[in-house]
Design a protein around this ligand. Structure first.
Ligand SMILES: Nc1nc2c(c(=O)[nH]1)N(C=O)[C@@H](CNc1ccc(C(=O)N[C@@H](CCC(=O)O)C(=O)O)cc1)CN2
Ligand SMILES: Nc1ncnc2c1ncn2[C@@H]1O[C@H](COP(=O)(O)OP(=O)(O)OP(=O)(O)O)[C@@H](O)[C@H]1O
Length: 190
């Protein structure tokens, strides 16, 4: 198995091995780091966030969505087109309901597509990143393509349960993160 595939496998397993209690504690810590970060950067108003695939033990981002909306922020997520390989951005409101798609990704029901949105921050899902902000996801490139289509000024923020690996070999299409939020704090890349 190549290096990336091994890391993918290892970090999927590490996530699944977290017990429910430990996971909930880590989710709560990440949530408070995210809110502290948002309060320190008040100019950020428009947030794009992934919604958790629970069977993959992803970070529970629903409490973050709720907290951001409560602070008066605008919140968006993407609906994945599994056939075309693209993602469509939709806005989330406090009364938005969700249904899981075939990969277990929550999808807002009756979501209206938004064109021309201004996104300030994208919270990016990942399995693991490295000390330069290179990330590894599930390997289908959805987020790489999505990030490539955004203005370079958009802040790319990884969320992770685990500290970065020292170095992951980056490919030309990989767009690095600006920071990564962990349960214990925030790592800035440059
Ligand atoms: N919450 C979330 N949303 C996201 C991503 C993500 O990583 N997390 N993605 C990031 O780019 C894209 C979706 N990427 C995915 C790529 C592959 C599989 C997939 O192959 N799922 C299989 C089993 C996977 C496994 O066991 O390893 C399945 O559900 O059958 C799912 C999502 C867009 N939305
Ligand atoms: N900007 C892009 N344009 C076209 N294809 C791309 C682009 N970015 C990535 N890809 C394709 O997507 C595939 C998966 O990329 P990669 O292995 O970097 O995924 P990943 O970052 O681990 O996963 P993900 O982005 O799904 O979380 C690559 O084979 C690549 O060819």
């Amino acid at each position: 198995m190549d290096e990336k595939s091994l890391l993918r496998k290892r970090y999927k397993e590490k996530r699944k091995a977290l017990g429910a209690k430990r996971k909930a504690d880590l989710d709560a810590s990440i949530m408070s780091q995210v809110m502290e970060y948002c309060r320190a950067h008040r100019r950020f108003q428009h947030f794009h966030i992934f919604l958790p695939i629970s069977k993959m033990s992803e970070i529970d981002t629903f409490p973050v969505v709720k907290a951001l909306l409560a602070e008066g922020k605008r919140v968006y997520t993407s609906v994945t087109d599994h056939v075309a390989g693209g993602m469509t951005t939709v806005e989330i409101f406090s009364d938005t309901q969700y249904i899981n798609d075939q990969w277990g990704i929550p999808v807002p029901i009756e979501a209206k597509k938004v064109d021309e949105i201004r996104i300030d921050v994208v919270f990016v899902p990942l399995l693991v990143c490295d000390l330069k902000g290179n990330r590894i996801g599930y390997g289908k490139g959805f987020y790489d393509r999505f990030l490539a289509g955004l203005s370079p000024e958009v802040f790319k923020v990884g969320l992770s349960y685990f500290v970065p690996e020292v170095s992951i070999s980056a490919e030309a299409h990989d767009i690095p993160l600006d920071i990564c939020i962990l349960p214990s704090g925030i790592i800035e890349f440059n």
